[in-house]
Design a protein around this ligand. Structure first.
Ligand SMILES: [Zn+2]
Length: 283
């Protein structure tokens, strides 16, 4: 069902771009860019399910889980490019209004509305619910875009003010951009091995320090492979007489229960035999 919604939306996306060029409507092009966000998000999600599930091999020991992040970042950059084009073009058209064929604009956007309605039916008929709920909300958002273009076309029809077209285009663009920005920020954070959102490193550090047997820690790294699986690595300095295995298990159990960190790598050191790692990593 998701596949069919995707095929239908993709065909319409192409039609909308052609319609936007033929009828000279920037609003249609902007709405097409908005549609593309959702099509790309669905494609990436589907590819991530296929590729992300591939097991690691001797060449890629982490498997392909980052593929989703890489594709999403690429998508966000592409959308920023399109948004800049639309804004520049809108300014040009606003200062020098161009002829817009409002009937064509209305028909294309009307078809878009029908496509959205069919997609919504397809998605509600599907089985995998959690994934579909977000897709369903996206279709709602798409419908608002289509309705915006239809209203814009009607307004042009009755007033003759063709500058309404670039205004609708910018409105749709301004509506999509914050989401694109969040996508770019989050994916960049994952690619930079940043601490996942919602985790406070100071708290994690203090919690590890509070585990019995731990005298100190350094070289603490917390990152996520893709969106949800968090990993961490650290050097733990043991207290005098602390049991190595017990302390390590206690740290791991605490990280799992309190911070949902499933995978932790811990190097244990005695305070009399510290490691000789680079100074700058010793944090
Ligand atoms: Zn160390």
């Amino acid at each position: 069902m998701l596949g069919w919604a995707l095929v239908l939306t993709s065909i319409y996306l192409v039609a909308e771009v052609i319609g936007g060029l033929v009828f000279n409507s920037l609003a249609l092009l902007s709405d097409a860019a908005h549609m593309m966000t959702d099509v790309a998000a669905l494609v990436i999600a589907l590819m991530a399910i296929r590729l992300g599930g591939k097991s690691p091999d001797d060449k890629r020991t982490f498997g392909y889980r980052r593929f989703e992040i890489l594709a999403a970042a690429f998508n966000a950059v592409l959308l920023f490019g399109i948004a800049i084009y639309i804004f520049v073009e809108a300014i040009k058209r606003f200062t020098a209004p161009q002829e817009v064929q409002s009937w064509g604009m209305m028909i294309v956007a009307g078809i878009g509305l029908v496509v959205n309605l069919i997609s919504m039916r397809l998605l509600t008929a599907g089985k995998d619910a959690s994934f579909n709920v977000s897709a369903y909300l996206e279709v709602w958002a798409d419908m608002i875009g289509s309705i915006g273009v239809i209203l814009g076309a009607l307004a042009i029809r009755f007033t003759g003010f063709t500058w309404i077209d670039p205004i609708v285009a910018v409105a749709i663009g301004l509506w999509v951009l914050p989401r694109t920005w969040v996508l770019l920020r989050d994916t960049t954070n994952v690619l930079l091995e940043g601490v996942p959102g919602g985790l406070k490193l100071g708290e994690v550090r203090a919690a590890i320090g509070g585990v019995p047997g731990v005298a100190g820690l350094h070289d603490l790294h917390v990152w996520s492979m893709s969106n949800d699986d968090v990993s961490c690595a650290m050097h733990v300095v043991l207290r005098e007489g602390a049991n190595v295995g017990e302390t390590r298990s206690a740290v791991q159990a605490m990280l799992r229960s309190q911070y949902e960190i499933e995978h932790s790598t811990i190097q244990t050191e005695g305070s009399d035999q510290p490691c000789e790692d680079d100074e700058h990593l010793h944090r």
